[in-house]
Design a protein around this ligand. Structure first.
Ligand code: UDX
Length: 419
């Protein structure tokens, strides 16, 4: 927002994050974010504080807090959204616009709009879902695919539409389309988009299961069906499945919310999407046991990748770490390596061994598992690695290595959904 030319104050309850951000340091790894922070810090348009009173005087207030999965339940934990919205109320002026960015159960916006009405009848609530991907957050934010504005009456003439158009004037001018709709539709756009993406991944992973049984190659299958424009090749990479702070919890929260609305039957397929996804993790454990001649006991397994995806240090619901932990539970001695996510991983799974240096991590391994497709793992040299490991076995959990090259270097190479 500051880059777009606005005066921005960022508020958070986490003192450490505010201290880091005030020093133009990103509190997590995200490519390009620190450069951007430094650039806008020089303009003086961006400041950070833990004091919610700093919201007073702003014309537009974005609520961007998390909606994690509730402990032991499928629904979303709305504590943070509710606290942010209620905390903001005393600082609102007439005509202010409150913008919801968080991914929420449908119906939240109408509930918050009522709260707002009671306190500040002349303020407006817009639901404006966020579609950025971790690892591409800066580009996705500055050049989004689309804007969706959910306003109370669903009308282009709603006064908040012009306010948001001004906020986003620069990306709108460069052609980003925007769609104005009502509150529930805007909330559902986000949930539906993530459910579709999750379904696409589980679809191809289901095909991978069939390919494994039939001796076919899911990568070629994806290439071929992806050439049909109606299907498209993106998000058809079979492997160890999806993780992270969004897709897994969003499909579960969506099912829970549909249940509350009496529409649970409509989303039973998402239960299968989730089940296929979780099965990939067990499949990798099984294949690793196969690779290690039928037993994991005492075997040294090196897991390359801890983050749920490359270019991120996020380990929330990371399939790589969940597989590493299962292997360790079944008697393997597991060492995990990752270019960025090791400290986050060690906090969540202190029982695993960690080694930042790839060669040191591979030393003496009975099996290598490539589970997060960082570029440096895609570029690994099979000949150099051969000298380090105890046995040349590799499981390519993301199907990113050249199987023929690794095999000709003498490796026992296994992909997922490939012969
Ligand atoms: C997702 C949505 O893409 C984004 O639009 C939304 O705003 C937030 O949720 P993100 O969680 O950052 O973004 O990651 P994404 O790129 O969607 O990947 C999610 C998971 O799916 C990762 O674990 C990734 O490895 C996996 N994935 C992705 C696959 O297994 N196969 C694919 O083909 C694509």
């Amino acid at each position: 927002m500051a880059k777009l030319g606005h005066e921005v104050v960022g508020i958070d309850v986490d003192v450490r994050k505010i201290e880091e951000l005030s020093a133009a340091r990103a509190p997590f790894y995200e490519p390009g974010l620190e450069d951007l922070l430094r650039e806008v810090q020089e303009t003086g348009r961006l400041s950070f504080t833990t004091d919610l009173a700093a919201a007073a005087g702003s014309a537009v207030h974005f609520i961007c807090v998390g909606t994690p999965q509730k402990k032991g339940e499928n629904g979303a934990d709305m504590t943070y959204v509710d606290a942010a919205a209620t905390g903001l109320l005393p600082y609102l002026s007439p005509n202010d616009v409150v913008v919801g960015k968080s991914t929420v159960p449908v119906g939240t916006a109408s509930r918050l709009a009522e709260l707002l009405q009671a306190e500040q009848p002349d303020a407006h609530l817009v639901w404006n879902p966020e579609f950025l991907r971790e690892g591409h957050a800066v580009a996705d934010t500055l050049h989004p695919d689309r804007f969706v504005y959910g306003v109370s009456d669903g009308s282009e003439d709603h006064p908040a539409v012009a306010v948001l158009d001004e906020v986003y004037s620069s990306p709108l001018a460069s052609g980003t389309p925007r769609l104005v709709t009502d509150h529930p539709t805007a909330e559902l756009v986000k949930t539906a988009a993530n459910s579709f993406l999750a379904t696409k991944i589980s679809f191809i992973n289901a095909m991978a299961e069939v390919c494994e049984a039939a001796g076919a190659d899911v990568t070629q299958l994806a290439d071929a069906i992806g050439m049909d424009d109606r299907i498209g090749r993106k998000f058809l990479n079979a492997g160890i499945g999806f993780g992270g702070g969004c897709l897994p919890k969003d499909i579960r929260a969506f099912m829970a919310r549909a249940g509350e609305l009496g529409a649970d039957q409509a989303l039973t397929f998402l239960r299968e999407v989730d089940a296929i996804n979780m099965r990939r993790r067990s499949r990798v454990v099984e294949l690793t046991r196969d690779l290690c001649n039928g037993s994991l006991l005492g075997k040294r397994v090196t897991v390359l990748g801890a983050a749920f995806k490359p270019e991120s240090d996020d380990v929330r619901d990371s399939p790589a770490l969940s597989i590493a932990a299962q292997l360790q539970l079944q008697g393997a001695v597991v060492t995990v390596s990752d270019p960025k996510a090791l400290s986050n991983a060690a906090r969540r799974f202190p029982e695993l061994n960690y080694e930042a240096d790839t060669s040191a991590a591979a030393e003496g391994a009975d099996a290598l598992l490539l589970l997060t497709e960082w570029q440096e793992y895609r570029d690994l040299d099979p000949y150099a690695l051969m000298e380090l490991v105890s046995a040349p076995r590799i499981l390519d959990g993301r199907n990113v290595l050249d199987a023929a090259k690794w095999r000709s270097a003498g490796w026992n190479y296994r992909g997922l959904g490939r012969p």
